[in-house]
Write a protein that binds this ligand. Structure first.
Ligand code: FAD
Length: 379
């Protein structure tokens, strides 16, 4: 059996572009198809932990990203009103010394642009406005149709097409995500518009009854990113681009610490999304088709590891394809990646209620145990 040469990727998100770059650097012939007619990540922050930074460094992106990064000084968990610390764990230079790579905060658009530039430079073809619609696994090729009416063939199709993956659906059938009875609001506020509100240079989770709030700087400290999570009974739209009512958000967090209310007072817009839980898939590959990132392990955001796991997947998949024949490579990729990503997926789900102070003192003690249990940041 031969090694793969020509690779097609459905989806130019963070996972798809990282895979494209890693494969192009290893001399594969790579084409990416993206359904959106324009590339541009929606405005929100990403915490890039050292595990993901090691891959970005190996791909030569660390220097290109440095001026866009913000280096948080601590990972903190704080009381929603008093601001008392349940956890204050050093990041910054301490994290870099401990894990061998930095812990950075990035704007998604900055990471996405750096990946895209590097892909184009490495010879990746990126076709926009082209949805991969269905595939047919043939003996010597995989063929698929595109939304522009064309047919395409490759040795391998990578489904990096996100949480509502068409490739996953064709491989496994339709699934039914479960609403976790929580919604998340997100937004960014320019520091120049903070009106004197002082935000600590940390990755901070503010915990309160039935709600929590995450805040941190991005883009070299020019913007503050926030994610506010609230328990809800019935809302289920799963889109990050659903505009929310900023006044409703302000009133949901009124009475919270001045860092939180001050940030929200100066926010102009916010977006809302429903949090859905999903079970582990039985398999990540079939024949000449393989899944990566949110397409195979969509996770709740409570470990800040969705993009990091997609980046790790991309690196491992590329290395396996470099070393082995196609069937061996896909089996090895799944064996290496599935246990780790599934564990983080399960831990993210477990953390869902943890930040909402259910159980009073027991909840507090559990929070303090997060660090000991290594649940704040995987290594
Ligand atoms: P996506 O980024 O969803 O990309 C999929 C791409 O495929 C899209 O461009 C889509 O248009 C395209 N596509 C879809 N269907 C098709 C098709 N049929 N044909 C062609 N193209 C298609 N992760 C972290 O590691 N750290 C964090 O701090 C963090 N914070 C987050 C905060 C928020 C508000 C959210 C929403 C998520 C956060 N995550 C974080 C998770 C992370 O953003 C996702 O896990 C990550 O973006 C997944 O990347 P992906 O490439 O697998 O999918």
């Amino acid at each position: 059996m031969k090694k793969v040469k020509q690779v097609a990727i459905a989806g130019a998100g963070i996972g798809g572009l990282t895979a494209a770059l890693a494969l192009a650097k290893a001399n594969f012939d790579v084409t990416v198809f993206e359904q959106a007619s324009q590339l541009g990540e929606v405005g929100a922050g990403l915490q890039m932990s050292p595990n993901a930074m090691k891959v970005l460094r190996a791909l030569g992106l660390e220097e290109a990203l440095r001026s866009y990064a913000f280096v948080p000084q601590h990972a903190c968990i704080r009381h929603y009103q008093s601001g008392d610390y349940y956890l204050k764990s050093p990041l910054g230079a301490a994290a870099e010394a401990r894990y061998g790579a930095p812990y950075w905060h990035l704007h998604r658009a900055d990471l996405h642009n750096a990946l895209l530039d590097a892909c184009l430079h490495a010879g990746v073809r990126v076709t926009l406005g082209c949805r991969v619609e269905n595939y047919k696994d043939q003996e010597d090729k995989v063929s698929f149709s595109l939304s522009n009416g064309e047919q395409y063939q490759a040795d391998l199709l990578i489904g990096a097409d996100g949480i509502r993956s068409m490739v996953r659906e064709q491989m496994h059938g339709q699934e039914s995500p479960r609403f976790m009875k929580q919604v998340a609001w997100r937004g960014v506020v320019p520091v120049s518009e903070l009106d004197g509100v002082k935000i600590q240079p940390d990755a901070c989770v503010w915990v309160g009854p039935g709600r929590h709030f995450v805040s941190y700087y991005i883009r070299g400290g020019k913007l503050v990113n926030f994610v506010a999570v609230e328990e809800r009974g019935d809302w289920q739209q799963e889109s990050w681009r659903e505009e929310g009512d900023i006044n409703e958000l302000r009133s949901a967090f009124s009475g919270w610490h001045p860092e939180v209310t001050g940030l929200l007072a100066n926010a102009e817009t916010t977006f809302l999304w429903a949090l859905n839980g999903r079970d582990e898939l039985t398999a990540w590959h079939q024949g000449r088709v393989v899944l990566l990132g949110d397409a195979c392990h969509p996770m709740l955001p409570f470990m800040a590891q969705g993009a990091a796991m997609a980046i790790e997947d991309a690196h491992v998949l590329s290395q396996c394809l470099e070393q082995y024949t196609r069937a061996q490579a896909l089996a090895r990729y799944e064996a290496l990646r599935k246990p780790r990503a599934s564990k983080i997926q399960a831990m993210s789900k477990e953390n869902a209620g943890l930040y909402h102070m259910h159980g009073g003192l027991a909840g507090r003690i559990k929070l303090q145990a997060i660090r000991a249990a290594g649940q704040f940041m995987p290594q």
